[in-house]
Design a protein around this ligand. Structure first.
Ligand SMILES: [Zn+2]
Length: 362
């Protein structure tokens, strides 16, 4: 996607150009996995299809996906992965090549989807996202989070061609994982504030559609916090729909900007330095509380919502030492120097410590 500045509103010449990569089909609801084969046929997908799952997600969703594809005469191959590592990505790329795969389906909570996304992107074949948990907005975005030498790295990939989510399965996912997904969505609030700040202070392009949609997903989660915390299928429905909308906001913007600000940089820094990083959405949630305070917003209300949902709000809950929280706050701004946020040119140790303590994070 490219975006050029409009030279002059009065001049009559609009030189703006923009492209958006969006999923062609989104199917969310009860027992939707029976429709995977039909959706592939409608989308004129060719086989053979390769399913990427882990040993657990193969059982809880993979078998149903295989059956549905076979009913529609697709040749189906399956490979299970241990984790979302660069080695697994390379192994799957060889498999795509050797078995002349024309379609890749990632079936899982996040890891199989990340491997499917990046390997299919490199081999230029379409991929379909079949999430079994609402862990983070990566289930519908173009970014892939992959382990390289014991550290998580974020890669450019492609947006899923289709997303098929079964709310009955997602409702059964561990509560901690779905609560982390909510943390990732609530972080849209501070991501948008950072984007507006960059627009105001650095004249960065901003998309009204993308930021409005992004903010709306956070509001939906806040509105249905009680229902989501109950852990049923209705809650799963709200979370998955919000994750899809969040992915669409990023597609409209052509970047992760509407859903990733200083709170994400804080989380990425923790991934780089903490001995045992927590879930992405959990770290982002804790980052959001602190960034909201820096923005002068109602961080206490935000924290209350996270507590209602069951998303961790303290360093202790996610098993990360105070020193890593403070260091991440001080160095987060170096993660993406091109992305201006409320952290500006960084926080001092005194300010970082005061921020983490006053918000109850440490
Ligand atoms: Zn995220």
């Amino acid at each position: 996607m490219t975006s050029n500045k409009t030279p002059n509103a009065q001049g009559g010449t609009i030189r703006k150009a923009k492209g958006m990569e969006l999923p062609r089909e989104v199917l969310v609801g009860h027992d939707t996995l029976d429709n995977v084969g039909g959706a592939c046929k409608r989308l004129k997908m060719e086989g053979p299809a390769l399913i990427i799952a882990d040993s657990n997600t193969k059982k809880i969703a993979g078998e149903a996906v295989i059956e549905s594809l076979q009913q529609h005469n697709y040749e189906v191959l399956v490979t299970t992965i241990e984790d979302a590592t660069i080695e697994e990505v390379e192994r799957v790329k060889v498999k795509i090549e050797d078995d002349k795969i024309n379609l890749v389906l990632g079936v899982g909570g996040g890891r199989p989807i990340d491997v499917a996304k990046l390997s299919s992107f490199h081999k230029e074949v379409p991929f379909i996202s079949v999430p079994t948990a609402a862990s983070h907005d990566g289930i519908v975005s173009s970014r892939a989070s992959i382990w390289v030498d014991d550290r998580k790295k974020s890669y450019d990939g492609h947006t899923p061609f289709a997303l098929i989510a079964d709310t009955a399965i997602i409702a059964q996912a561990p509560k901690r994982i779905n609560a982390a997904g909510c943390g990732d969505l609530i972080s849209n609030e501070t991501a948008v504030l950072d984007w507006e700040l960059a627009h105001k202070e650095k004249n960065e392009d901003i998309s009204t559609y993308a930021k409005t949609l992004s903010k709306m997903t956070a509001f939906v989660i806040e509105k249905y916090a009680e229902i989501i915390s109950a852990g049923g299928e209705e809650g799963a429905w709200h979370v998955i729909k919000a994750l899809v909308a969040s992915g669409v906001a990023m597609s409209i913007a052509g970047s992760s900007r509407p859903c990733s600000g200083a709170e994400h940089m804080f989380s990425h820094k923790l991934d780089a330095i903490a001995p045992k990083p927590a879930l992405h959405g959990e770290q982002c949630a804790i980052g959001t509380i602190m960034m909201m305070k820096l923005h002068g917003g109602d961080w206490e209300a935000l924290k209350k919502t996270l507590v209602t949902i069951g998303t961790p709000t303290t360093a202790q809950e996610i098993g990360i030492g105070s020193e890593f929280i403070i260091q991440s706050l001080m160095e987060a701004h170096t993660i993406r120097v091109d992305r201006y946020t409320i952290l500006g040119s960084g926080l001092t140790k005194g300010v970082a410590t005061e921020l983490a303590e006053s918000t109850g994070v440490i």
